[in-house]
Design a protein around this ligand. Structure first.
Ligand code: HEM
Length: 166
């Protein structure tokens, strides 16, 4: 407790909001990645009730974290970063945003699939998942994971001004 009080006294005023938004950005990234890994592990043809329900819940958590990631990113551009032009003038920033949007659009297919699973699950029935559908979802999740792993690399370069005209 005393250690926590000493830590908060040592943080200069004004730093906390910016550190907090940066923290939300990292935390939501980790939650997104963790959710995708879990979905990737769980996906199989004709899942049992427990796995199918867990997939639906995991996808909801993924959606909330992806939104938090986007909102904290926008907040950093507008208020807590190095000035919005530092980002918007850098093509790497737009590659980062584009990759995020591509991954987000790709995740619509699994999300709609899981929403449709919720209908039989609520009636106490199991969703019908063919081998072909499970394979398609596996590939989509693989691509999303690669996209999510690439974005922090673009972010670290962008944060250091790589890509800006000198
Ligand atoms: C459209 C959505 C996004 C926007 C607008 C955005 C914006 C930003 C901004 C402004 C920074 C601060 C850079 C600085 O310190 O000057 C940042 C850092 C970072 N972002 Fe994002 N971001 C977005 C999505 C993501 C995603 C999807 C990920 C991960 C998959 C991510 C990972 C990171 C990381 C790791 C950093 C820290 C870079 C560093 O300080 O070395 N961002 N982002």
């Amino acid at each position: 407790m005393a250690g926590f009080a000493a830590l908060s006294a040592a943080i200069p005023t004004g730093i906390l909001p910016s550190a907090g938004v940066a923290y939300v950005h990292y935390l939501s990234f980790m939650v997104c990645f963790g959710a995708l890994v879990l979905e990737r592990r769980l996906i199989r043809p004709n899942p049992n009730r427990q796995d199918a329900t867990l997939m639906v819940i995991t996808d909801v958590v993924y959606g909330i974290a992806a939104l938090a990631l986007l909102l904290s990113g926008i907040a950093r551009v507008l208020h807590f970063g190095q000035g919005s032009s530092f980002y918007t003038e850098n093509p790497l920033f737009w590659w980062k945003v584009g990759t995020y949007l591509a991954v987000g659009s790709l995740s619509l297919y699994p999300t709609i699939t899981y929403i449709l699973w919720a209908i039989p699950l609520r009636k106490g029935e199991l969703p019908q998942v063919s081998e072909a559908l499970a394979n398609r979802l596996r590939w989509i999740l693989n691509i999303e994971l690669v996209g999510f792993a690439a974005i922090p690399f673009l972010a670290t370069l962008m944060a250091r001004g790589v890509g800006l005209a000198s």
